[in-house]
Design a binder for this molecule. Structure first.
Ligand SMILES: [Ca+2]
Length: 312
């Protein structure tokens, strides 16, 4: 799109490591990107696009209904989620950044699949992915790339872009697409479940729902080729890590607002969720938090994101 690479904000330093993925000081961090992205009620969140439609649906935990799927003017399937309360985080693994706490998220729409290479190229006119395949998830995507895509997708549909491409601030009152907040992402991933994975505890059933280290081989697979969760969302665990809108902060859950938490006001990294094709099962848990440099500048490109990071 015309403005896809128009602005760069040279504010953040590149990762300190020279080669390969950064390693987080936290115990369980993956040997891959760790790394990176929030909400209001009338905005379409993007790629993870959560487009909020002031809600009309019942809380999911009180309903056995599968949420409706809509198709955007650009041809993308989105699941229309009702708002609701859920327990975000997990006490099961003693991870300091996963403090369980109750959160309410307002209704929003979210892409049923990771953004594919075909759709990314249609919107942005390029395909940076390492493992090429039209139906594969687009990867080698920086947070800023995802934000630019969200704005471009919004413009194509006559919606007001949510991101300021100079400051990267997100306007949650805009009706355009944006990345999901970390809370929205986990709410969508859990689909009403309170267990480690959307299907229960223990990794025994994970291969049915996710492409991860034990079954993926040497790269990502076409989106939607594993089972969806109870709300019809595919590949929330595994395949590629997914950018959220929030900045990452280890202690954020200790003081975050109860309703529609949108992450810290500032930070050096953005949240990544869900694990990827190269991740062990633990990193694919619903509560697992990762973070990475957002890549606001091209000089950071390709450092830590290789073929592991995409978005929805
Ligand atoms: Ca994923």
């Amino acid at each position: 799109m015309a403005n896809a690479d128009a602005h760069h904000v040279a504010r953040l330093a590149c990762p300190a490591v020279a080669d390969g993925p950064r390693r987080s000081p936290r115990l369980d961090k993956p040997a891959v990107p760790h790394g990176l992205w929030h909400h209001s009620r009338a905005a379409i969140i993007m790629l993870a696009l959560a487009a909020v439609l002031a809600g009309c649906q019942k809380a999911p935990e009180s309903s056995g209904d599968t949420p409706p799927v809509i198709t955007t003017p650009g041809g993308v399937a989105m699941v229309r989620l009702p708002g609701g309360w859920f327990v975000m985080g997990s006490g099961a693994r003693n991870q300091t950044d996963e403090l369980p706490h109750r959160v309410f998220v307002s209704p929003f729409d979210i892409d049923a699949f990771e953004v594919t290479q075909a759709h990314y190229e249609k919107v942005m006119g390029k395909n940076p992915s390492r493992s090429k395949g039209e139906a594969n998830p687009v990867e080698q995507i920086r947070w800023a790339d995802a934000a630019r895509y969200a704005n471009a997708r919004s413009r194509l549909e006559g919606l007001r872009p949510a991101y300021d491409e100079k400051t990267w601030a997100c306007d949650f009152s805009a009706d355009g697409y944006r990345l999901p907040t970390e809370a929205e992402w986990e709410y969508a991933c859990r689909a009403g479940s309170e267990s480690e994975f959307c299907f229960g505890n223990g990794a025994a059933g994970l291969a049915e729902y996710a492409w991860f280290k034990d079954n993926a081989g040497s790269g990502p697979h076409p989106v939607g080729s594993r089972k969806p969760n109870a709300w019809g969302l595919y590949d929330m665990s595994g395949n590629v890590w997914e950018w959220c809108n929030d900045f990452y902060e280890e202690e954020y859950y200790k003081a975050s607002p109860e309703r529609d938490p949108a992450g810290p006001a500032s930070g050096k990294s953005r949240v990544l969720r869900g694990g990827c094709w190269n991740s062990r099962a633990d990193l694919c848990r619903a509560a697992y938090r990762n973070e990475e440099d957002p890549g606001y500048t091209d000089t950071c490109f390709g450092r830590d994101i290789h073929g592991f990071v995409g978005f929805r």
